[in-house]
Write a new protein. Structure first.
Length: 283
């Protein structure tokens, strides 16, 4: 699939939707010769031109009926547009034996049923990272994990292309795609929420917010380092890990009196932390 192999030219790729994810993947696929970027279609001609400029390859298409047939179609659109984009693509372009894939972390490849009905092989590829700064991500993409699922034939084409741009494809269960996406929410978003509770609790004890962050940082950093080094059960410490449920009860009451919502958050974490402590004892 490498463009440097004169006997095996890179497969053609059409890019539909060119936000941050689409632009980064388009640039990387083109730069590494994984695919030959053919056309870029977005909501406006101006944004398509900007995407082509960022990517450094491809031609602007202003409508679905201007798209040429391609070996691969990437639908880098918002989750709420995936089904509609798949249907529009299937109406406009012959898809038999081509590959159509999207990049949603929350939705599975079954949202591309219209493309599959038209004869395409379908898949989803979810790069596990933030794309806030597309230029920086494109420059530092190597090593990025990508959750992949879909038709075997689609993955057979996409996997070497992803590896060519430095990605690490990880097969996931399509039926658990929403749970897979929730894992990232736990590891990122909800972790921030729990840390915010810790900072506010320190401040409730009279500690200024900047100092509260200094107090929490080593605890949080060391705990996370231990989780990734030893596993969650082995990393658990504190009153529940010691079986000191009297302290837990006092904390629960005190936190609830200070702030009922934070008290409810504390209470919701007691049962799963107790289960984690049991797993630690069994090891």
């Amino acid at each position: 699939m490498r463009a440097t192999d004169a006997e095996t030219p890179a497969a053609s790729l059409n890019l539909i939707g060119a936000g941050h994810v689409g632009r980064v993947l388009g640039r990387l696929f083109a730069q590494h010769g994984a695919f030959a970027l053919q056309q870029v279609l977005t909501r406006s001609v101006d944004s398509a031109r900007q995407a082509v400029a960022f990517i450094g390859a491809g031609q602007v298409a202003s409508a679905y009926d201007q798209l040429l047939p391609a070996a691969v179609h990437l639908l880098a659109v918002g989750d709420d547009q995936i089904v509609a984009a798949s249907e529009a693509l299937a109406r406009a372009v012959p898809l038999r034996d081509s590959v159509v894939f999207h990049c949603s972390g929350a939705l599975a490849s079954d949202r591309l049923q219209a493309a599959r009905d038209a004869g395409a092989l379908v898949a989803s590829v979810h790069p596990v990272r933030s794309f806030a700064d597309p230029a920086a991500v494109a420059a530092q993409f190597a090593g990025t994990f990508c959750g992949v699922e879909g038709d075997a034939g689609a993955l057979a084409m996409l996997t070497p292309a992803l590896q060519a741009i430095g990605a690490q494809p990880v097969p996931i269960n399509a039926a658990a795609k929403t749970v897979y996406h929730a894992a990232a929410v736990f590891a990122s978003n909800y972790l921030v929420t729990v840390l915010d509770a810790a900072l506010r609790a320190y401040q409730a004890a009279g500690i200024p917010e900047p100092v509260a962050r200094q107090l929490a940082q080593p605890l949080a950093s060391e705990s996370m380092a231990n989780v990734f080094r030893l596993g969650a059960a082995a990393a658990l410490s504190g009153p529940i890990a010691r079986g000191d449920m009297a302290t837990v009860a006092r904390q629960q009451q005190a936190v609830s009196q200070w702030d009922p919502d934070t008290g409810a958050l504390y209470q919701s974490l007691v049962a799963p932390t107790t289960d984690l402590a049991r797993r630690k004892q069994r090891k």
